[in-house]
Structure formats: structure tokens, C-alpha cells
Design a protein around this ligand. Structure first.
Ligand SMILES: Cc1ncc(C[n+]2csc(CCOP(=O)(O)OP(=O)(O)O)c2C)c(N)n1
Ligand SMILES: [Mg+2]
Length: 358
């Protein structure tokens, strides 16, 4: 992977399969169809997340609408023993890696758990809300794995806005100096809440890697096959001991930043329409049709699976119990300080009043 100005693409916007000298599609027909299922199911989970928030069942939701190919393609390229460090929008990564463990993500956004999954179970760290911090976590993990002689890589997912944080640059530098087996996966969705790309940077993200001493590659993030191929190569490179890679996946956040945000206040409908026309699932379906793999039967199976998952999401989320109040103070300190315990006792007394009132 040499420095290049080229954006890697394997699918034309009409679904035509493109030839590439370095990156090839080597998935079986079955895998190609399964990829479609995952894209459709992830979009459906995301739609349910939005709906459940609007119905008062979730406190907030961060939609991944439009970013399904970047997430599903990259996550599918990893091995079970690689370790993933997501930000807060990677529902597609979670679904591919951990299946219905994605329910824990909805629980997190409901306020019903504290990102309650065991990171070791699926080699998947908890969501990271402080922007960019997980890039450093991934590098630390990768350096440790290298010292242990483990043939695995760590993958850090972050956004375009995160690259304005010192943590991400520090992570790049540490990874380069230690030749850490890490893949930096930047989903450049053009916006950091209401801040457009042009106000964050004057050059493309992937080129920064060369300044730190490792390769960067830009990929069409709405092309699931290109994302898969580029991520697989970067992960193999890392596991082979050749060090980090920065992948910049060019995509677009079709939804709001979160359900608390109104993007009509800061971006034009023309821009949105342009990106809607480039959304990843229609393009991939067009590819399957051209390849003779799309059938009514496949569509029926995929939609039935999406319906089943959506029903499970709704039924589970609506019945998630409230967490115990003590979650506010548990898990914070091994030895809680007296001031915190005093506040906790005050809160208990306050709550007890209402219990007495029934
Ligand atoms: C350290 C830190 N600073 C500020 C915020 C508030 N914040 C939440 S999301 C966000 C924008 C992030 O944009 P980007 O990295 O492009 O990710 P995207 O939301 O587009 O996926 C900001 C500034 C935060 N969560 N953490
Ligand atoms: Mg962004």
C-alpha cells in the first residue's frame, strides 16, 4: 500500500464491478449474499433505534444511517481474535461482530446499562463517548499483543472530527514508533455534529499517516466490497508485523448526529440528496443483481430476518429493567471517598421519601 491519491473502489455507483490492481473481491456467492443480509439488518436496527427514541424508549440514539457499508465491510474483514475499539456510532460493527449483543447498545442509549457487555467475549471494547480516546486504547492493546507474540490486530474506529483531537495524533505516533499491529479506521462522514469537514482540515485524513511514517489509504466508504478488501489487507499487514495503517472511508451521515440534533439547521437538502443517491445498500443490491445473485427469494429472506431482528429489538428494549440507583456510584472507585458516600446517603434518603409516599 503505497502513498496514492486514488480512492479505492470496487463498485461503480450503478453496481458495476470494477477491477483493481491491488484489491480484489474473493468472497463466495454465499458470503456476498450474507453481506447484503447484514447491511439490511443493520439499517433496520438503526431505524428501530430512532423509532424507539422517538417513542420515549431510549434517551438518545446516534444513527449510523448511510454508514452501513463502512461498518459492515470493515467488521467482516476482521478475525474473531482481533480486538475492536469503537466510538458510539458503530452499531453495524457490533452487529457483525457480536450479533444480538447489539441489544446492549440499545440498553446503553436507554440508560439501562453501563455499556454492559464483557469486552473479552467478542473482543469488542465498550462504546467510547469521549472523542478519539479509543485510538490510544487500541494502540496500547496492540503494543501489548505484539509483546505477547499474539498474531492479532487492534482496530480503532473514529470519525473525521476525532482527527482534530490530540489523542488521535498521539495514537498515530505511538503506533508508528512501536510498529503496533493496529488499523485506524476513520469514517469520514463529512460532519462533526454541525461542523463541516472544510472547517476541520485542509487536506485528506489518510495522507496524515505518511507524515507519521506509515501508510494511509482512502476508500469509498459506501462501497462495501472495497471497504472489506482494504480493511482485510490492513489487518493482515498488522498481524504480519508490518505495523499500522490508516484507512479513511469516505461516507456520509445521512441521519442526524444524534436524535437531539436537527441537521436541517446547518446543511442543505441538496447536499443530503446528493449523498442519498450514493447510499451504500442500493448500490450493493445493484451489484448483486448484475452478478445474478439477487433473487426475490433472497430479498424475502433478508427482509424476514430484518423483521425478526426488529421485533426482537422492540420486545427486548421495552422490557429492559431500570438499573439500580446504586449504579451511579458503584464501579467508580475501589474505595469510594467519604464525600461521594455522603452524597449517596443523601440520595438514598431523598428516594426513601417517595417510597414512603408509595
Ligand atoms: C473529548 C470530547 N469532546 C467533545 C465531545 C462532544 N462531541 C460529541 S460527538 C462530537 C463530534 C464528533 O465528530 P466525528 O468524530 O466526525 O464523529 P461522528 O459523530 O461524525 O461519527 C463532539 C465534538 C466529546 N464527546 N468528547
Ligand atoms: Mg464525522
Amino acid at each position: 500500500m503505497d502513498q496514492t491519491d486514488e480512492q479505492v473502489r470496487l463498485l461503480g455507483e450503478d453496481g458495476t464491478l470494477l477491477q483493481h490492481d491491488t484489491y480484489k473481491v474473493d468472497l463466495t456467492d454465499e458470503d456476498l449474499c450474507d453481506l447484503y443480509r447484514q447491511l439490511v439488518v443493520v439499517r433496520r436496527i438503526d431505524v428501530e433505534g430512532n423509532n424507539l427514541q422517538r417513542q420515549g424508549q431510549l434517551g438518545i440514539w446516534a444513527p449510523c444511517l448511510g454508514q452501513e457499508a463502512a461498518q459492515v465491510g470493515s467488521a467482516r474483514a476482521l478475525r474473531p481474535d482481533d480486538f475492536v475499539f469503537p466510538s458510539y456510532r458503530e452499531h453495524g460493527v457490533v452487529y457483525v461482530r457480536a450479533g444480538m449483543e447489539v441489544l446492549s447498545v440499545l440498553g446503553l442509549y436507554r440508560g439501562a446499562n453501563l455499556s454492559g457487555w464483557d469486552p473479552q467475549r467478542h473482543k469488542l471494547a465498550q462504546y467510547s463517548i469521549p472523542i478519539g480516546t479509543q485510538a490510544l486504547h487500541a494502540v496500547g492493546y496492540a503494543i501489548g499483543a505484539k509483546w505477547d507474540g499474539a498474531e492479532v490486530c487492534a482496530v480503532a474506529y473514529f470519525g473525521d472530527g476525532a482527527t482534530s483531537e490530540g489523542d488521535v495524533s498521539e495514537a498515530f505516533n505511538f503506533a508508528a514508533v512501536h510498529s503496533a499491529p493496529v488499523v485506524f479506521f476513520c469514517q469520514n462522514n463529512q460532519w462533526a455534529i454541525s461542523v463541516p469537514l472544510a472547517k476541520q482540515m485542509a487536506g485528506p485524513v489518510y495522507k496524515r499517516a505518511f507524515g507519521f511514517g506509515f501508510p494511509g489509504v482512502q476508500v469509498d466508504g459506501n462501497d462495501v466490497l472495497a471497504v472489506y478488501a482494504v480493511t482485510r489487507a490492513a489487518a493482515e499487514r498488522a498481524r504480519d508485523g508490518a505495523g499500522p495503517t490508516l484507512i479513511e472511508a469516505i461516507t456520509y451521515r445521512l441521519g442526524a448526529h444524534t436524535t437531539t440534533d436537527d441537521p436541517t439547521r446547518y446543511r442543505t437538502s441538496d447536499e443530503l440528496d446528493m449523498w442519498k443517491a450514493r447510499e451504500p445498500i442500493g448500490r450493493y443490491r445493484a451489484f448483486l443483481e448484475r452478478a445474478g445473485l439477487w433473487t426475490e427469494a433472497l430479498e424475502g429472506e433478508v427482509q424476514a430476518e430484518a423483521d425478526r431482528v426488529a421485533a426482537e429489538v422492540r420486545a427486548t428494549v421495552e422490557h429492559m429493567p431500570d438499573p439500580p440507583l446504586s449504579d451511579l456510584v458503584d464501579h467508580v472507585y475501589a474505595d469510594p471517598p467519604a464525600t461521594l458516600m455522603a452524597q449517596w446517603r443523601q440520595l438514598e434518603e431523598f428516594e426513601a421519601q417517595f417510597q414512603a409516599e408509595g
